[in-house]
Design a protein around this ligand. Structure first.
Ligand code: AHR
Length: 629
């Protein structure tokens, strides 16, 4: 049953007092953290349907993997010959492996390869799929190559045939329309001729990607992310950024330009990065979802857990040699130019060549990811920070304060940031729901004269309702402290069912569906209901008595809306008072969105304001949006 909303308490605040109750808060408070973990990129957000498209998988990516992983040799109808993986004359030196089909007898049907995607390819009846590959006719006559989408049993859903004549690497591309839906289809490539044919960079994309971008994102996942209304997007991680050893540090320059020239890389989370989702695509996706890009670059040191040192607390950090630091710092500067430089600049021209002459309006760059605070880290971070600050005063650099909410690295990280006057520092913590409830006042105690905080990774270790509601209670404190907490992002964002490296996550998915968690709805309720001014003392209750109650009130100056969020993370109903007197005339109806355990998804209603103190159900939250008259 819907309860009466609240009493208008006759407030005794003077105008001056009301002015003092208001403070400006960060316009970039709630965003998202994207890391290529749990198949978030390849096999996930990146819409490519072929797994191991350029035959670059190796046993060091994942035990037992090799260049033929996800592929199968496919002789049909009495054809015979052999298949080999070669490196002698590659399509591109960055992409050394390719497959050679040596067809000795084409039989009636020919011979080739099958790809099973990421545990099956999901296709939909009536939809178009863009297929492309590079081929090089090494010996023999010109031959037809047919690419078909089929069921595992062999029923053909759609196909296209190319005539391969060229005796050097050439790209072939066409679209296939599928006549039947199947969640576990495969792609079969069959050459019908006698001779040797080299193949590489075999790709299949749904025509329908998010915002119809070529080389784009999966439409449903892209939309689920856009529906969070994030103010910013951090990418590409996480530990992925600083990598498993120096050679594994993420290098943004390896991820741009033609797909066949990008450098694949082992993923620290025990799989592979095709780099098809690279820096250009990240920037473009940010723009498409209206989020500010927040790239995070390594502080020229590898992850302290490199070489599998997680269990012993991390001593595997290695620094880029000093003689290479200039080049590393130049890479950081070049990234800023790639994002913002004019098309006449070297890296701005690369952005324009990729199809985006306009700048990406980069404002933030993160240096470091929850690193161990060693002298080697400090030295390198300082070198990078000083140069970026001097050359790009317009860029806000984000430093790092280690992996935990307190402790040695946290203290030392803050000390470094304070010493260098870094404007924002990235804090990470994964704690129990009780911690989030107990620490609601954490940022009320922070010194406003020091760096602002980016809560770059946080989660309460679960996807139960109590986790989500304790995060909601904590988020009211982030809003209340939005003058010192500049940004915050739940982590991680995405995880593929059956391939999770990390739990909990915000959105789970598989090849066919997207499964947002209740934590997702909490994030969404906050990010879709932000304001730029915080107003204190609007919702009142006895904090000492009700440590499981939390609330915030913000104003969106653009619309004039007043947005109140109230969270009851306790097991019994609770009373609060809501005092709106100082706001003047408000419309008689407000939008109320309620999140409760029984439904697990928010439900919105429009309700006339009635008088009476407000009672909040146990384990529930409400977002009440008042419009000005
Ligand atoms: O979010 C998952 C991981 O947690 C990140 O890669 C790392 O930064 C943190 O330890």
């Amino acid at each position: 049953m819907q309860r009466p909303l609240f009493t208008f308490i006759i407030a005794l605040y003077s105008t001056a007092t009301f002015a003092q109750r208001q403070k400006a808060i960060s316009p970039d408070l709630f965003g998202i953290f994207f890391e290529d973990i749990s198949y978030a990129a390849d096999g996930g957000l990146y819409a490519e349907l072929i797994q191991n498209r350029s035959f670059e998988y190796t046993g060091s990516d994942h035990r037992g993997w090799n260049p033929m992983t996800a592929w199968e040799y496919t002789p049909k109808g009495f054809a015979y010959g052999k298949i080999s993986v070669e490196t002698k004359s590659p399509l591109n030196e960055n992409n050394p492996h390719y497959v050679v089909l040596d067809i000795q007898d084409a039989g009636q049907e020919g011979l080739g390869l099958t790809n099973y995607g990421f545990n099956g390819i999901s296709v939909k009846e009536g939809e178009q799929y863009d297929v492309s590959f590079f081929a090089n006719r090494l010996a023999g006559n010109a031959m037809p190559v047919t690419v078909s989408l089929r069921s595992k049993k062999g029923d053909i859903y759609g196909e296209t045939t190319f005539d391969i004549k060229d005796k050097n690497w050439q790209k072939y591309a066409a679209s296939i329309t599928v006549n039947k839906s199947d969640d576990s289809a495969c792609v079969v490539i069959i050459a019908k001729g006698i001779g040797e044919l080299a193949l590489d960079q075999v790709s299949l994309f749904p025509k329908k990607t998010f915002k119809d971008r070529p080389n784009g994102m999966r439409a449903d996942l892209g939309q689920a992310i856009a529906d969070l209304h994030p103010k910013f997007m951090r990418f590409p991680g996480g530990c992925l950024v600083h990598g498993d050893g120096i050679a594994n540090i993420y290098n943004w320059k390896n991820t741009i330009g033609p797909l066949e020239a990008r450098v694949d890389q082992r993923n620290i989370w025990n799989y592979h990065q095709s780099m098809g989702l690279g820096y250009f695509e990240y920037f473009r996706f940010c723009e498409d979802i209206g989020a500010k890009p927040v790239p995070i670059l390594a502080a020229a040191v590898s992850c302290q857990n490199s070489g599998g040192t997680w269990a012993i607390g991390g001593t595997g950090q290695k620094g880029i040699p000093m003689q290479d630091m200039q080049a590393y710092i130049q890479d950081v500067l070049d990234l800023i130019e790639f994002a913002n430089g004019p098309v006449t600049s070297a890296w701005g021209a690369r952005r324009a060549a990729a199809g985006h002459p306009e700048p990406f309006h980069l404002e933030y760059v993160g240096i470091g990811n929850e690193d161990k605070m060693t002298p080697g880290f400090e030295e390198r971070f300082t070198m990078i920070y000083n140069v970026v600050k001097a050359k790009h005063p317009e860029i806000t650099v984000i430093g790092t304060a280690g992996p935990f909410s307190e402790g040695e690295d946290y203290e030392k990280g803050w000390e470094i940031v304070n010493k260098l006057k870094v404007p924002v520092v990235d804090e990470h913590y994964y704690n129990d729901p009780e911690w989030f409830l107990k620490n609601n006042l954490r940022y009320d105690k922070y010194d406003r004269k020091k760096a602002k905080v980016y809560v770059g990774e946080y989660a309460s270790k679960g996807n139960r309702f109590i986790n989500a509601i304790s995060e909601a209670a904590y988020m009211t404190s982030l809003e209340r402290n939005g003058d010192v907490v500049h940004m915050a992002s739940y982590a991680p964002l995405l995880a593929k069912k059956g391939n999770t490296n990390w739990n909990p996550d915000l959105i789970y998915f598989d090849n066919t569906g997207v499964y947002p968690t209740v934590n997702y709805y909490v994030q969404q309720l906050f990010s879709a209901n932000t304001g730029d001014v915080y107003i204190s003392d609007v919702v009142t209750f006895d904090r000492k008595k009700d440590s499981t109650l939390a609330a915030s009130c913000v104003k969106d100056t653009k619309t004039g809306d007043i947005i109140v969020k109230i969270v009851n993370a306790g097991g019994t109903d609770a009373k609060v008072n809501v005092n709106l007197k100082a706001f003047g005339a408000l419309q008689s109806k407000a939008n109320v969105t309620i999140l409760k355990e029984d439904r697990g998804v928010p439900v919105s209603i429009e309700t006339a304001l009635t008088k009476g103190s407000m009672t909040l159900d146990a384990l529930s939250m409400q977002v009440i949006r008042f419009h000005r008259k």
